[in-house]
Design a protein around this ligand. Structure first.
Ligand code: GRF
Length: 207
């Protein structure tokens, strides 16, 4: 049984997709051990509570400096001792010590086809604003392993989504979530839960 920790900051629609996929059997051999959130007002916490999933709220704002937060965050995560850490709309940088301790065991969902529209400053609606500004006809989402860079780790899954004429950033974000994020994140977790993924020479492969 793969024990996962899901890290969230906002609405938690990706968390909900994971919970629904476990309930429906799309994700097998997996349980959500806990949810971590950096925003006490996030609706994602409501979703966890409704499901009876333990949730921890921890934020850099409550620590004297980032080093103190990083230490406390890693300590709390180690207490949960997950097999896999899933960043689902999580907007806090993962401490380098956590990346090292959970090497190739942290995945992230990014709302674009990496390497497009990613890196520093590219998160949430801004990703879709930039895609529309560039005039791309196809965008999508990416599940990747997290390394010490920003959206630079080995890519595991991607799914393309059409940009429709007249799309607003909000409309495009919703389509990317519905058609891509909420499908490939559960699929990636199920593959990992069933030993179907390996990372070699910086590349992630489905076996
Ligand atoms: C989504 O666009 C997701 O791709 C990004 O954060 C946004 C909110 O996700 N990582 P959620 O609704 O909190 O899962």
């Amino acid at each position: 049984m793969l024990r996962i920790l899901v890290c969230v900051s906002g609405g938690g629609t990706n968390l909900q997709a994971i919970m629904d996929a476990i309930d429906s059997g799309v994700i097998t051999n997996t349980e959500i051990a806990a949810v971590v959130c950096n925003n006490a007002g996030a609706y994602a916490l409501e979703r966890a509570k409704n499901k009876g999933i333990p949730a921890l709220c921890i934020s850099p704002k409550n620590y004297p400096d980032r080093a103190a937060f990083n230490e406390a965050f890693l300590e709390e995560v180690n207490k949960i001792n997950p097999d896999l850490i899933v960043l689902a709309g999580f907007l806090v940088a993962i401490p380098p010590a956590m990346i090292d301790a959970y090497e190739n065991r942290v995945i992230n969902i990014h709302p674009s086809l990496i390497p497009s529209f990613c890196g520093v400053g590219f998160y949430g609606l801004r990703v879709h604003e930039q895609a529309l500004a560039r005039g791309v006809k196809v965008t999508g989402a990416t599940v990747h392993f997290v390394d010490n860079g920003m959206d630079t780790g080995p890519i595991l899954m991607q799914k393309a989504v059409n940009v429709e004429p007249g799309d607003t950033p909000k409309q495009l974000q919703q389509r990317v979530m519905e058609e891509a994020e909420w499908k490939i994140l559960p699929a990636a977790i199920d593959l990992i839960a069933n030993g179907r993924v390996k990372v070699e020479d910086g590349k992630a492969m489905i076996i």
